[in-house]
Design a protein around this ligand. Sequence first.
Ligand code: THG
Length: 264
Amino acid sequence: MIIIGEKLNGSVPSVKEAIKARNEQFIYDLAVRQAKAGAHYLDVCAGTNPEDEADTLVWMMDIVQDAVKVPLCIDSPNVRVIAKVFKNAKIPGIINSVSAEGEKCEVIFPLIEGTDWKVIALTCDNAGIPADSEKRTEITRSIVEKALKHSISPDRIFVDPLVTALSTDNTSLLKFIETLRYVKEIYPTIKVTSGLSNISFGMPLRKIINQNFLALALYNGMDSAIMDPLNRDLRATILACEALLGRDRLCRKWFDAYRKKLIG
Ligand code: THG
């Protein structure tokens, strides 16, 4: 399971404060803690102020890259901002994200052509976010086709089907799994990722729903999650599922995490 640590996000109130106060130590510590907890990538998102988004992102990226060797996942709804800050990354990471909307692919794909950068592809287009698997698959296909024109192979693409809230669509997880199956049937090496918190929107005890979404999605082939790596329950869920699914030889990772007090 590829863990993308989500904590460095300007929409989280404590991070927003730290950004405002240019509190380097806070950002530094959050990067170190997530890396120690096993994050494979660190998402950096400046938040909601479009005026200084690029400056804030560069400030965050510099601190994170001083703190840890873990590659970045550059998160912005604005691909122009991503293009602007991209050269400040020291090693290849993940672009978060493109979609079939507007000219997102046209801005990002030439930028990462011939590099080791990966990219998250949201399954939405100018008409919005479809919930049905067929349309999500069709959008994935159109994005992969554009990527292939820039020699970006499916194994560098993380499809994010933008899970809907279970409280408004009780087939949300089932449709997610169906989409995953369809896209992997066409592109066996493509990766599927998801944020964990959308599923439980509007429900009580959200963390329990998120944790079980993670377990079921993992069993059904989800490769990656954008999540809080500091959450011990989520960490334990991943390790337990991996052990139970025969992906942890001699349960070594489980024992190791227990010994290091990362779980329990
Ligand atoms: N898909 C893609 N990118 C995304 C999302 C997605 N980027 C943003 C978002 N969704 C994922 N990031 C966050 C960041 C923080 C929180 C939720 C989603 C959050 N954090 C709380 C905190 O840090 O205090 C609590 C976390 C917890 O305890 O679970 O709420 O879907 N491609």
